[in-house]
Design a binder for this molecule. Sequence first.
Ligand code: BGC
Length: 406
Amino acid sequence: MKSFNFPKDFLWGTATAGHQIEGNNTNSDWWAWEKRDKKKDKNTRINNRSKWPLEASGIACDSYNRYEEDFDYCVKLNNNAVRIGVEWARIEPQKGVYDQKEIDHYKKVLKAAKDRNLKTYVTLFHFVLPKWLADQGGWTKTKTIRHFEAFSKKCAQEFGDLIDVYLTINEPQVYAAVSYLVGMWPPQKNSLILGSWVQINLIRGHIASYKAIKKVNQNYKVGIVKNIVWHQTTPEHFNPFDFLVAKFLYFLNTDFILRPINKYTDLIGVNYYFTNQIKNFKPRNPNDRVSDFGWWLYPKGLEKVLIDLKRFNKPIYITENGISDAQDRQRTWFLKECLKSCANAIEKGADLRGYFHWSLMDNYEWAEGYKQKFGLIEINRHNNLERKPRPSFNAYAQICKSGTIN
Ligand code: BGC
């Protein structure tokens, strides 16, 4: 590929989420679940239920206190934007009771980002609920939509244009599947009905949140974050049935969520990590290159996703893309190849406006604890959470500075 210059106003950033980096998110459902007595957990038909999570989040990266240091690294990366999250459990620790101290804390965080000329993309719900709400049934209950609507309104009123883009919900399908179908995350249910119902409530939650924020100020920008897995057949083994399976799974992954919300979103946030190749009705990936997580590294899939999404006629942001790679052996390669995919897609007419790498630093990878390392910065968990940029950090900083990929 010849060298490609990204548009001048292209956004370059990294992404994180509150619970994964802040530490001590004590009023949340995750915190309670991480601390539960695992011995009392009965095994279900899904093996090893009581094994999860591998460890508790604890102090995480202490970014609740060290956010300025973190944003300084964003500046060193030559970034002009950052994606972070606010934690609902901090802001509304009890039903209908908002904690002004925590709201003021997040205002300071957002100002600190703004002071460094970082545009703020902020997620309102990233897998973690206030405990009181989870105890009432969380997203299985319709009334949670009303709570989320009220919470979104409160955020818009309090944070206003300290937030450049409100991202309502992170990966509705992943949350519904892993918490309610696979049973790996709280509340560890194994039910197709609940999994599907939760997805529907999350769609309704997004729409309610969008409307609530727009009611506060019509000019506020609101979007959703969607994980997208490209699905294709094995090139050397074309089978029309596999082709249909791939099409159907991709449809479920995209249209099922993006169609009903299309009128109620200003942009689409895309999280891309891998592709599934279907052979004999099942994903059979070649796995020629895999991450520490075992995910197949196929950057070309991102280009295909971006080109396909043109049909939704919305600005697109990559809100997450990255790799678990403790030794930092493949991160720079993956990052560059994914950016080439972005460049190709832009050349073919995709309205891609920004890229947020997951993640700025190693963080709490949910049920996997701290085992999976997604960071451009390594966190030394044995030495005061010292931040140490990996070589890929410098590679990304260079790309962001030049706005060029070749
Ligand atoms: C989530 C992140 C997670 C990342 C890597 C996404 O599904 O939004 O919270 O850490 O993938 O697994």
